[in-house]
Design a protein around this ligand. Sequence first.
Ligand code: SF4
Ligand code: SF4
Length: 579
Amino acid sequence: MKRVLSGNEAFARGAFEAAVKVVSSYPGTPSTEITENIKFYDEIYSEWAPNEKVAFEVALGASLAGKRALTCMKHVGLNVAADPLMTASYTGVNGGMVVIVADDPNMYSSQNEQDSRHYARFAKVPMLEPSDSQEAKDYLIEAFKISEEFCTPVLVRSCTRLSHSKTVVELGERCAEVDLGLENNIPKWVMVPANARKRHIVVEDRLKKLTDFSYSSNLNKIEYKSKNIGIVCSGIVYQYVKEALPDASILKLGMVYPISIDLVKEFSEKVDKLYVVEELDKFIENELKAAGIKVESLNRDVCGELSVEKVRELFGEETVAKEVSQLSLPNRPPNMCPGCSHRGIFYAINRLKLFVVGDIGCYTLGLLPPLSAINSTVCMGASVSMTHGIDKASDGEYTKKVVGVIGDSTFLHTGVNGLMNIIYNKGFSTIIILDNRITGMTGHQPNPATGFTIKGEPAPKIDFEVLVRAMGVKNVYKVDPFNIEECMEVLKREVEKKEPSVIITTRPCIFADRSVISSPFYVDVEKCTGCKACTKIGCPAILWDENKRQAYIDETLCTGCGLCPKVCRFDAIHQRGEK
Ligand code: SF4
Ligand code: SF4
């Protein structure tokens, strides 16, 4: 049977057909939908872990128990999981273990544009790179076979374009479940130096065997056409090359690490000029040049995403004029949703002119005008540790002006470790946990504080107040982020304290709990003075009528959160149905 599937849906199907037993992941665009689709297969145990390192280690444990295991993450997530990855390369696996890592060229929703192929070389593990949804499914199944045959974790690389676009996939049956039993092999699994030194030799030997395997593997394909130009490429770039240069000969690498240099040499001898077309870093090109293969230079930018047009331009081909829509569509700048629970606390922070060390999540949108309330964002969990760094670097001088702001999921991801550091090292930082009870940015996945699992089943709930008190924080306060006066009062008091403080906001995301939505608000035109104070909270439902010089509310967008009347000094905003 054939189905049209996105790359992520195809990966999920591949996990099913490969008889994967355990999947543990952390959400991150563009990889999220792999695990979101896996949860529908009852044969597979799936979960959201609090971070990618934990997810990796859960999968490794399942592999040790003799079963096939998968973990999925975005490129920056692999940085978090890099620690166990490096050593899992040494221990190897028992049941097959695969890591799907999804890169984000052009940074559609990421804080950097790193190229995950370097991790394959760094960890000395194989990496496969599919070019469409069919290959996403097939390569994942193949990756498990390679993992078991060569006793190694296998990386499978995706990218935004592959993960989110759809092609036809031939569905297969689920294979028989692998059950190798719990492996009790201390020299292999206990990485004390004496054992690890021996395992390093195994890793180097494995790499040679994988290179030989790559030479004869069906994963790599040569398509001979014109002998003038030969192109080495992989993944989604293969699709661009095929369309842009239909006459070129192509060596498509399904296994991007280790590269079979012998195969590339054979290909290069049959073409006049050899080029490498790849997205982001010159990973393949450098590997080939290091092996002494002559590669023609292309004036290619290592920043951003490739496309058919860009490949045409690289080869001096005529570009096809694009049809540009004549519709003049209004700009829609990114913004927090109407009724978003973060808006009130950011408004209070702004009024106090505090410096905000932000984090990764939808609240990062607080950086945009009119709130303009974020001063830094680096990576998951960094807000907490960076706030402490500012505290220590300024000998406490800046502490009264600075707060760290982090979401519930992100706090559990890696923020919790930063808080331990503050407590242990006698810091004075004030940290605000924006508990909206969901992982908002990636599309509302549950986390250990939401009270339900990936399948929507009830689950124990981490209580932030109990947790941070147990860690040793004495100053813990819960605030309603829409109670601006209370937020300001608590903030003013806590930043002054020469002790760590944690302020927890208590409103759910309006998408996590629709019961908080109530009847909309409206502006009383008789009372509105046009002071514009309500427009400064940045709610997309509040609009400005330039002719009348008055604010008005789009009642179809308003969720009835009740924040705007609190900033109107003229009592001009009221709720429909209010007595
Ligand atoms: S009540 Fe005001 S702030 Fe809340 S959603 Fe409606 S318009 Fe926006
Ligand atoms: S804050 Fe009140 S008075 Fe000022 S523009 Fe908004 S509705 Fe009008």
